[in-house]
Design a binder for this molecule. Structure first.
Ligand SMILES: [Zn+2]
Length: 143
């Protein structure tokens, strides 16, 4: 048994894929998508991988929060935005299955930050989407 195997912790092993952002390994070759909808045009955003676990999670969370705010405002975006978020789920699970990036990469991996469900900037748009129609109905019934 080598010294590495006997060390007892969950040592990450290089998988031959390197993060496009910090250069760390292991990484997964996935892309993370976002969506911006405006009245007359849309933007399909893509952050190409590979991502290490930390850069991937940071990018996934950043793009999902952004899509939550500015992904809804086009005619087709109400459909496309949730589809974009669904497409991200397999990419996200491949990233979270990765062990932590091996220290000593060329650059420091991004800080993943808090999970989405602990972020007010993610929860607030969800609350508005759920509560918003009731407020509109209530306002309309005031006439
Ligand atoms: Zn990275």
């Amino acid at each position: 048994m080598s010294a590495l195997q006997s060390s007892g912790n969950f040592a990450s092993t290089a998988n031959g894929v390197y993060c496009a952002y910090c250069g760390s390994t292991p990484a997964a070759s996935v892309d993370i998508r976002g969506h911006r909808g405006f009245i007359f045009f849309m933007q399909f955003l893509k952050s190409p991988g590979p991502f290490c676990r930390d850069c991937g999670l940071a990018t996934y969370r950043r793009m999902t929060v952004e899509s939550m705010w500015i992904g809804w405002w086009g005619f087709l975006s109400a459909v496309i935005n949730p589809v974009t978020m669904l497409i991200n789920i397999p990419a996200r699970s491949r990233i979270t299955e990765l062990p932590p990036p091996i220290p000593g990469g060329p650059r420091i991996p991004m800080e993943p930050g808090k999970p989405l469900y602990e972020r007010i900037e993610f929860l607030l748009p969800i609350a508005l989407i759920i509560v918003g129609p009731f407020i509109l109905v209530a306002l309309a019934s005031l006439n």
